[in-house]
Structures are given as structure tokens and as C-alpha cells.
Design a protein around this ligand. Sequence first.
Ligand SMILES: Nc1ncnc2c1ncn2[C@@H]1O[C@H](COP(=O)(O)OP(=O)(O)OP(=O)(O)O)[C@@H](O)[C@H]1O
Ligand SMILES: [Mg+2]
Length: 435
Amino acid sequence: MANTAYSSADPDMDSFVDDATADAAAAERARPIPRISIQGFCDDPQVADVLQYAADDRRLSKAHVSVHMGGIGAAIAHYVDSPTPNLIIVDSALRGAALLPELDKLAESCDPGTRVIVVGRQNDVLLYRELLKRGVSEYLVTPIEPMALMESISNLYNNPDTDPVGHVFAFIGAKGGVGSSTICHNVAWTLSEVLKSDVTIADLDLAFGTTGLDFNQDPVQGIAEALAAPERLDDQLLDRLLTKCSERLSIFAAPVVLERDYEISPEACDIVIDVVRQNVPFVAVDLPHGWAPWTKRVLLQADEVIITAAPDLANLRNAKNIVDLLRQSRKNDGKPHLVLNMTNVPKRQEISQKEFEQALDLKTMAVIDYDCESFSQAANNGLMVEEFNPKAKAPEKFREIAMKMTRRKDMKADKPAASALSALAPLLEKFKLKR
Ligand SMILES: Nc1ncnc2c1ncn2[C@@H]1O[C@H](COP(=O)(O)OP(=O)(O)OP(=O)(O)O)[C@@H](O)[C@H]1O
Ligand SMILES: [Mg+2]
């Protein structure tokens, strides 16, 4: 929709400001909203204006907000083949009996984790209860004020009783050099491009991490500063320590210097990852292959664990040990995910997918063939495989992993935004010149 943000010349603006001033208490209660995606579908242009006005407020400065007209009908049509954001706000002129079946239709396309705020016309407690029963997070009645709307959103994401916003995905290799970091980076990038969600990669391989190289970045500061003084890490410091690679992808890069001694404590990891997850919907943690109390803690605390293994015996044994440990210690969680990487190398004896699945009692999430050309060229040019060679087989697998680990249903492959490709093109040229 057209940008309808209020200007001071707009007479309605004054009324909002007055209302906001009058409602200072609501302003106090509306705390900053994390980096979530919010999409609004409105019947009433005034509600759309309120949403747009709220979107321009500092409290929503981290969130990605888009506002569309067409109410619930447009929302249903939109999400048939698009992923749902963290929050949908539907403004509907429909009355209760007509509204409820439409909401049921919308719910059919909602991904787990998506929340819904409904803006309606009836101040009716029975309708309110009916909506809550259906999983709607909040019901607001028109006319709504920007501050009240922000307070409602803030309550959904800042309530200490609710889960933290971000999901943490821990990536670990069953052996060194099996491609765990490459998969972590490519999947995280795919999440940011395809699901259009904010993603942060936390590189915990402090001495040898490749996140900076893979995204062609050389930041001065990063995750080591946060781990050294985790109690100092707040939203502002985090913003300074993160390196933005694209509109939606940031990296928390490893220092990769050997003069320093790195002593990581499990508690420091907990605090740092928690601060990151409060700010972004997806956190991909790139763990080095190795075993320390903090690696174990990160694995046990993560929402999902992705184990990458190459098809040989040592990988099988190590993967089994990791899977057994996770099963024992995470009784109320789902199984970890297994990715078989670097398969189908000519003349090499390999342990088959079936043998892995039987030994681990686990279905493989994806099998990625050894593809020397695409992976080496992408890595050496600081690009993702899909950026370098969209026709390679691996990008499809990365997409599959991204969808499965976020429990999204399959959807049509969105091509990465042209801008993301062109933004990296000059860097590629730089590399070409250097060689
Ligand atoms: N399917 C593949 N085909 C060919 N090369 C691959 C494949 N997957 C990864 N590689 C390459 O293997 C090398 C090692 O990958 P990577 O650094 O991601 O492994 P890792 O498991 O993270 O290693 P570490 O133990 O050092 O953390 C990289 O050069 C990467 O480009
Ligand atoms: Mg690695």
C-alpha cells in the first residue's frame, strides 16, 4: 500500500500525538519489539494508517512491518503460497458469525509460531473468548490508537512468561571438516532469503571460524567480545558487535586470531545466545568440532540440533554418540537432525544412508553429494553456493533443511532477491582481480 505515515501537516497526526501523550502509561508499557516480521491486512484505511504510524515508531524500528489493504480475504489469499510472518494483524469489518470461519481458513495456512492479532468492530466478550479459543493472541476493537497497538504487540513478545522470540539451531560436525559450517552458513542464508526472516549466525569457532570468510567480511569485533563480558551485552552493544551481511542476515563473527586465549564458559554462552535470540527470530550457532562443557551446553539448550556427518565409520560412531547423548538429556524435545554430507565420491567406500538411519534410529534430513566445483569456488569467493551456482544440486538441499528445521511446509522456491546477488557482485570482482 502507499506509504501513509503521518506528517505534521496531517491534522490526524496531532490527534494521535495527543492521544499518545495522554496515554503515557501505555507508552511506558510498550517496550521495544524485537526483529520480527509483522504483516497487516486491513479493511479500514484508518487502521492501516495506525499500523503504518506505529511501524515508524522507535519501538518497532527493528521489526519488518508491511501493511496491505483487503482485510482477512487478502490475508488468506496471500498465505496460500507464502510463508507466514511472526505476527499477522488482521483488521476485519466482518461480524462474529462471518468472521470466525474466515479466521479458520487463515489458520490453515499459518505456520507454527505465527501469532495473530485481530482488529474488529464489535466490543463483545463472547466473540473475544471465541477468538482466544481459536488461538488468536489479542482482539482489539476500533478505533485503535498506535500506542495501544504497540503495547499489545510488545506484550506478546516481551512477556517474561512467554517463550523467547528466537529459535536457536545448533550445527555441529560429527568429525572435523565434514562441512558443518558450510551447511550452517548456506542454510542460514537460505532462511534469510527464502523465508525473508532475520537470521544471525553465531560463530563459536573462535580460533578458526569461517563465517567472516564465507560472507566476505572482516569485522574488527564480534562474538569474543561478548563472551568475554556477557553481563555487558545489551541490545545496543549487540548491534555494534554484529556485522550485517544483507538486509536480513547478520553474523556474530569469530576473531580468528591465535594470540588470544579463549576460555569460554557455558554460562557466558547461555547469556550471549539468549540476548541474540531476544533480538532475532532465527539464530544459527556454528559450533566447532570438539568437545567442551560449553559445546555440550549449547547443544543441549538449542531448540534444534543439526548434526553433519560424512559417510564413514568414524562419523557414524561419533554421530551415534551425539544422538544418544541428546536423546538421554532432552527427553521432551524432538530428535536431532542428521545431514549426510560429501556423499557419492567415486571409488570411495561409503556407509549408506540406510545404515546410518538404522544405527542412529533417525531419518536423515538431507543427503548432500560431494560437489568439489561448486563448494570450492563458492568458498574461495566468499559466496554462498546458490549465489555462485544456482543450478547446483546443493541449494535445493539447503532449502529442504531450512524448511524442515523450522517446521515449515514446503513452498515454491523463491529465487533469492536480485539485490542480494548484485550487492555481492563487486566483492566477487575484487576477488577475481586479486587472483
Ligand atoms: N558437499 C560438499 N562437497 C564438496 N565440498 C564440500 C561439501 N561440503 C563442504 N565442503 C567443503 O569442505 C570444506 C570444509 O567445510 P567446513 O569448514 O564447513 O567443515 P566443518 O565441518 O565446519 O569443519 P571444522 O571441523 O573445521 O569446523 C570446505 O572447504 C567446504 O567448502
Ligand atoms: Mg566449522
